[in-house]
Design a protein. Structure first.
Length: 475
């Protein structure tokens, strides 16, 4: 059903109609379109454009149509250009000419951006809710392995010994930042575009702030031209989703490495692994690899929309139709990855003995020598130089730096006394790092407590947002 055409003598060419048609992907906006139209009809009644009787009839029909959409009994047909035309067709079939009255005072321009914003609010809440169990699993694993010793890496080279619980907890911190970005997004984008019309506002509904309140927004738009052309809320959401994807990709990369024969740290559960069609012995970390691989499409979707937007002139342009498919794809991608990755993290076990065996290799304790000298009053630049000579001597003897004898150490520098031995071990190195956020068990226990508290606060926040949204959408 076309919503335009009065000044045209003929309909569009078949190829033009095919290119223009969007209902095959924007139909997911239908529940939100119903709700936005309900708010708009209430505004028309308040303004006296519709009588109360007319308004009541349209509202009853919209609610009934929404129920049919949810049940799957009302669907778009080939003649529908977009979600809006399909819904007007459904309403007209129930009410006749009165079914077209609800279009007064609004445009598809302000309608679609309001629909889309509600869709994203709904799904950003869902994404946040799906991240929370992953944060919880990393925090639980950090607690489980809070006394496990492992090599720490920089540049994929052995750096310093660490508490492996610290290694796991870092992912919870990164994901918590993603959750606070979603919070910020929800707050900043709680602005209703409804009432902006095509671009200049509405002559028939003078109080869009009432519709904004009805739809759960904090405020109405401040500029009608900006309202219909703004897609900052889309690109910002796509960035947040891409950033989440990067964090999930880095998790996938680590679990892929840790599960290799060469590392032998991680044992993935069979339920979150796959085999090979030709090599019977294979147990592949496909969930980790897919999390890593799918980050590319999340980044690509952000790039696609930014590129589409960069040259657009003022107000609405049809190019803006291209904001939806990349966004829908990013949402579906994340909501598919997150439960699987959470299950993988929950069920993975780690070989404590294998990790601990390599914790001191690669001269990973060299920094302890420099720190020992610094605590004795030696300038750190000098201490660093002495520690480097210790590594050089150890390599000449085919030893690790901590395997040098007391005599070897004293020969390098007389200040390297046997007291050094108390910290020249993986256990000693880890225990000494008691700073906030450090790798000692004592510091990690405090960190785990903080993570649990933050996660619980966010669970309450997202549960509240979900409850508020459901109350708004279910009129």
């Amino acid at each position: 059903m076309a919503l335009w055409g009065g000044r045209f003598s003929a309909g569009p060419a078949e190829s033009a109609a095919l290119l223009s048609r969007s209902v095959h992907f924007d139909w997911v906006l239908a529940p939100y379109d119903i709700r936005v139209n309900i708010a708009h009809v209430k505004g028309l009644a308040e303004a006296g454009i519709l009588s109360q009787q007319e308004s009541d009839k349209i509202l009853i029909a919209l609610i009934a149509l929404g129920e049919e959409i949810e049940a799957g009994s009302f669907k778009p047909v080939a003649a529908d250009e977009d979600v809006h035309s399909a819904i007007e067709r459904g309403l007209t079939s129930k009410l006749g000419d009165l079914g077209g009255a609800f279009r007064a005072g609004r445009s598809r321009n302000d309608l679609v951006v309001t629909d889309f914003k509600l869709y994203l609010i709904d799904h950003m809440i869902a994404i946040g809710s799906a991240i929370l169990p992953l944060v919880e699993e990393f925090t639980n694993k950090a607690d489980e392995y809070k006394e496990a010793i492992a090599p720490g890496f920089t540049h994929l080279q052995h750096a310093q010994p660490i508490n492996f619980g610290q290694e796991l907890a870092k992912h919870a911190h990164a994901l918590l930042r993603d959750l606070t970005r979603i919070q910020d997004w929800l707050s900043r984008n709680s602005i209703s575009p409804l009432g902006a019309g095509a671009l200049s506002g509405s002559a028939l509904v003078p109080h869009p702030e009432n519709s904004a309140d009805d739809l759960g927004f904090a405020a109405s738009h401040g500029n009608s031209i900006d309202a219909v052309s703004d897609r900052d809320f889309v690109t910002e959401a796509l960035f947040v989703m891409a950033n989440i994807g990067v964090h999930l990709s880095r998790i996938g990369e680590e679990y892929t490495l840790w599960s290799t024969t060469e590392f032998g740290w991680a044992v993935l559960d069979d339920a979150f692994s796959t085999g090979s069609s030709i090599m019977p012995q294979k147990k592949n970390p496909d969930i980790a690899e897919l999390a890593r691989g799918k980050s590319g499409r999340l980044i690509g979707n952000l790039t696609s929309v930014l590129t589409m937007l960069k040259g657009l002139p003022f107000a609405y342009n049809r190019d803006l139709q291209e904001d939806k498919e990349p966004t829908f794809d990013s949402v579906i991608t994340l909501l598919t990855i997150l439960p699987a990755l959470t299950g993988m993290v929950e069920t993975t076990s780690f070989n404590k003995e294998r990790m601990a065996a390599g914790a001191s290799s690669g001269h990973a304790l060299a920094t302890e020598i420099a720190d020992f000298l610094a605590r004795a009053g030696v300038p750190f630049a000098t201490a660093h130089e002495i520690s480097g000579r210790c590594v050089q001597v150890a390599e000449s003897k085919s030893l690790e730096v901590h395997e040098l004898s007391d005599a070897d150490l004293a020969a390098i520098d007389a200040r390297l006394t046997p007291d050094l031995r108390s910290t020249l071990s993986a256990q000693g190195a880890i225990a000494s790092r008691t700073s906030i956020g450090g790798t000692s068990t004592a510091s990690l226990v405090k960190q785990i407590h903080s993570l649990n508290k933050s996660n619980q606060n966010l669970i309450e926040y997202f549960d509240g947002k979900r409850s508020d949204f459901l109350e708004m959408i279910n009129v």
